[in-house]
Design a protein around this ligand. Sequence first.
Ligand code: ADP
Length: 234
Amino acid sequence: IEQTAYQNDKLAMLGKISAAIAHEIRNPLTSIRGFIQLLRPHLLQLGKEEYARIILMEIDRANEIINEFLNSSKPTAPMKQEVSVVSLLKEVILLSESEALMKGCVIQFESYDQQPRVSIDVKQVKQVILNILKNALDAIAEMAELDGERKGRIDLIVKQDVSHAIITIRDNGKGMDRNTMNRLFDPFFTTKASGTGLGLAVSYRIIRNHGGFIKLDSSIGEGTEFNIYLPLVT
Ligand code: ADP
């Protein structure tokens, strides 16, 4: 599945709009955040500290959304460094394990004793893996609503072929139909009530900027498998 010029234009346009809006919204949010912090002790006295907590949480969420939009649009050149894929994945697992466990899902890691090394922008590629893991957790949560018996499981596997490191992320979530598979990398395509539809469009672009590609396989009610290919350091 290839991302088209049209899809790239959509991301570029999104970039310009979000940069303009972000500036106008971030500043007021920052000042609201500051004043709430100042009010906090007074709210505490009134026994209403809960309100401050909720306001801060919602402001942070709004900021996160702004950041997501900004990140999705900036086609930043990767700042490359040579790393081991296995250590990269171990770090990502550390970041996601508690959230997965909270959702009753286990993450299994396997590496076949291979130690592929790649030259990547660590921050960007971590973001890609986190995006795919988050989708896997969402798909597992949606599956749990249909079948309460099934235990959520995500397999992370690192392998290599002659030219590429291959990172497999497999979930036993709800899977997806053909239409979803075809549109998955479209900016703004989402099937979620509160989705942005940007995660995979951006992930795709990041991996392409690294000279790699993403393959995917899915079946409804069974689960989904993403394979990220990144060129090996030679
Ligand atoms: P968002 O998560 O905001 O919807 P994404 O670009 O990350 O945006 O994903 C687009 C769509 O692809 C999702 O709404 C979902 O329908 C589908 N999808 C992605 N990953 C999975 C998965 N692991 N299992 C099932 N569906 C998925």
